[in-house]
Design a protein around this ligand. Sequence first.
Ligand code: ATP
Ligand code: MG
Length: 336
Amino acid sequence: MKNGNLLTGDRPTGKLHIGHYIGSLKNRVELQSHYNSYIMIADQQALSDNARNPEKIRNNLIEVALDYLSVGIDPAEANIFVQSQIPELNELTMHFLNIVTVSRLQRNPTVKNEIKEKNFNQSIPAGFLIYPVSQAADITAFKATVVPVGDDQLPMIEQTNEIVRSFNSIYKKDVLVETKALLPNEESRRLPGIDGQAKMSKSLGNAIYLADSTDVVQKKIMSMYTDPDHIRVEDPGKIENNMVFTYLDAFCNDKQTLSKMKEHYQRGGLGDVKVKRYLNDILQAELEPIRLRRQEYEKNLDYVNEILKQGSLSARSIAAQTLDEVREAIGIDYFK
Ligand code: ATP
Ligand code: MG
């Protein structure tokens, strides 16, 4: 017996990175035996800001699927599916849009921030502005009670629950269920990029990917943003906003050694290269088994495609049931 339903997903805008890994993927692997897990590749959401570049989304679908399988999401345990193959989600979105105001959408802090990052200025695609509502449709279609995500997704969960409460109260039926975010520990909620500028993101070119080779990972670590004033080894260094220490906080399990290193660095006498090497050892050890599993799945892409196809078929039947209940609650089940 499982504890309830879980929904989560990623946009196929690129390969997944170590921010996804500690912010969400790792959690999902642990949770898949405890919850009925629906893991969605959000291709339709990705099209909301990539409508003119659909090849990018198409090409990355399989990459995200490979990332899932290689971190240990088990298709026998979790349902991996493709958002665009479930048209019921779109109809749900339409019903929800009628009970959400434009000003509420414009207030969503994550969307606001993304609009800035993506330089949309006044040309915000309407589909992009409403993607939190489509996310609410995804979550509620599967009656998910938990959503393991990074903290950039908290405003989406809040908006989803507002929609659930409005819907149930307007149509006087408890059709939809409220959900809650499952956040990882503090250090892993929003891993910054290697440049230290913004959160690590596929769209910003500041990521270490799960599929990166040993060499590439090492190069990226060696180029990481540290303390610009820590010029000579003897100089005292800052650990705040120093990406190498931020990453160590997220990935190093030996907190004792880490805190000694921090003291040493702050005191002076510990060089960046040494700390970077330490981080490199830790990250490579974590990534190596993932890389090897990925190489195995890459040899059998037909099998990976079949997983997505079957997953989408069974996800669709669940979403269709919820949609039936929603139609009935609204009263548009005329010909039943
Ligand atoms: P895009 O730039 O296309 O939006 P992204 O890198 O932000 O890509 P998403 O697919 O939007 O990735 O996010 C998928 C999930 O991963 C979400 O739950 C999000 O909270 C989490 N996540 C994304 N980036 C990070 C990060 N840097 N640290 C922790 N969690 C993250
Ligand atoms: Mg994102």
